[in-house]
Design a protein around this ligand. Sequence first.
Ligand code: FEO
Length: 159
Amino acid sequence: MIKEKVLEALNEQLNFEFHSAYHYLAMESYFRTLNLRGFAHWMRKQYQEERMHALRIYDYIHERDNKVKLNLLSEPPSEWDSPLVALEDAYQQEQHASGMINDLVDMALAERDHATDIFLKWFVERQVDEEARVGGIIQKLKLIGDDRYGLFLIDRDLE
Ligand code: FEO
């Protein structure tokens, strides 16, 4: 069994991963309406990844003989002012996820829950990668500014 405190935090993380998935799905719809298929495709991949993260925690909680509690998902935005603003939003979401994972690691160690600490290592690594990937797209978008052709090229790359 997992200690109550750690279980609650894992459960919160699981729900946040579903929230992130939902948020990315809203972004996919936004990019589809702009006919930016590469960005939309990339957002769909993030949606699938976040769901996979949630299910990974879901399975772990059950493996440790506990039960999951699913919460209501909050409504994500449906519009962003520009592709750059949408990606910056995604970046903030990833930073928030990283902060939550780091807090969880601290808690697992403080509670001497080494199994949870080891389980979380994969998430720590994923977050480094995810922040870097979103950050990389933001850098390119900043570089092209208002250049429509540049946007077309980034979109083609992401496809
Ligand atoms: Fe699962 Fe990108 O946080």
